[in-house]
Ligand binder design. Structure first.
Ligand SMILES: [Zn+2]
Length: 335
């Protein structure tokens, strides 16, 4: 599946290479001293949400300065380039790095942008960033993240995200920050309808987001599906992540199947490759073997991922044109 495509749902902290976690940890003085990559890869396989939260804070804790952010971006772009990815919209939880280790916003975003510049030069991958608020943190912190999104637009930040544990923390709780950012031209791309149901999707849709992270539990309420269709909201579906976290027991029953069949736009994301053992190419395979898409649909899904990118229009148009030139001579059964 070498068709040019985008990964629009991938977290920087959850996509570190195991060797990089060990390396940065060693430099920092090291809770994993003496352990090897295979041990780390095993430890990092998702077991449950509590374990996930622990692992996430381990991944986040190894970042200390701008060079670490740049390295993580460059390595992720290398890993994605090998899968035909030409554009990545990478989510970073800037607020966590700031709260836990006092990393100043400018250092963080300078590091991200250095990484993006190097990635473009060395791997050919265009990288842009979503700064997400973590739901569990105070509402005021979301205002700070919204402000950073506006300030970071000159260094590749394209949207405000919302992650963390969903139940009881709907998007509307952060309405002030979302509206403030929106008034300044920063779109909102929250996770919604993963650990919480269709009501969480309805709640998020009130902000008219161009895309939703996961979002598939909209399928639990036909009225919410209607709303999705009317708005043309794109769902970022991450099949491996959904299986590992147990929000979907079997891909054959994944609601994205029915939503796609109804015409809801769907793109695919690798989410947290380190924690779920996922790759974007693997997600494309799962879309056929698990979600029931036709192999020919994959070219359309790949193209939709580029069309749904929030990069500057001229960058996006160039990526779409390159995709179309490439797909024109790709045999339909060999995407
Ligand atoms: Zn995610």
């Amino acid at each position: 599946m070498n068709t040019p495509k985008a990964d629009l749902h991938v977290h920087l902290e959850g996509s570190l290479r195991p060797a990089t976690v060990l390396d940065l940890d060693r430099r920092n003085g090291g809770e994993f001293a003496g352990l090897d990559e295979r041990w780390l890869a095993e430890r990092f396989r998702f077991r449950d949400f509590r374990h996930f939260a622990d692992l996430y804070s381990t991944c986040t804790d190894v970042f200390r300065g701008p060079g670490d952010f740049a390295r993580a971006v460059v390595e992720l772009a290398e890993d994605l380039a090998g899968q035909g990815v030409v554009y990545a919209e990478v989510t970073c939880s800037a607020i966590t790095h700031h709260r836990d280790r006092g990393i100043p916003f400018d250092e963080l975003v300078d590091g991200l942008w250095d990484g993006a510049v190097t990635a473009r030069r060395d791997s050919g991958v265009v990288v842009r960033f979503v700064l997400d608020h973590v739901r569990d943190l105070p509402v005021e912190d979301c205002l700070r993240t919204a402000e950073w999104c506006v300030l970071g637009r000159d260094r590749g930040v394209v949207a405000l995200g919302l992650g963390g544990y969903e139940p009881g923390r709907p998007a509307s709780l952060f309405a002030e920050a979302v509206r403030w950012a929106g008034e300044r031209g920063v779109p909102f791309v929250p996770h919604a309808g993963e650990a919480a149901g269709a009501d969480a999707v309805r709640d998020a849709l009130a902000f008219d987001p161009p895309r939703l992270g996961h979002g598939f539990r909209a399928a639990e309420d036909p009225a919410v599906v209607e709303d999705l269709l009317a708005r043309g909201t794109v769902l970022e579906v991450c099949p491996t992540s959904n299986l590992r976290t147990g929000v979907v027991a079997d891909l054959a029953e994944h609601p994205a199947r029915a939503l796609h069949a109804l015409g809801v736009p769907v793109v695919l994301g690798s989410d947290d490759p380190l924690l779920f053992g996922s790759t974007l190419v693997g997600e494309f395979e799962q879309a056929v073997t698990g979600l029931g898409l036709e192999p020919d649909d994959l070219i359309a899904v790949a193209r939709a991922s580029l069309v749904s990118a929030l990069a500057e229009p001229e960058v996006r148009d160039e990526l779409i044109a390159a995709h179309d030139r490439r797909s024109a001579w790709t045999a339909p059964n060999d995407p």
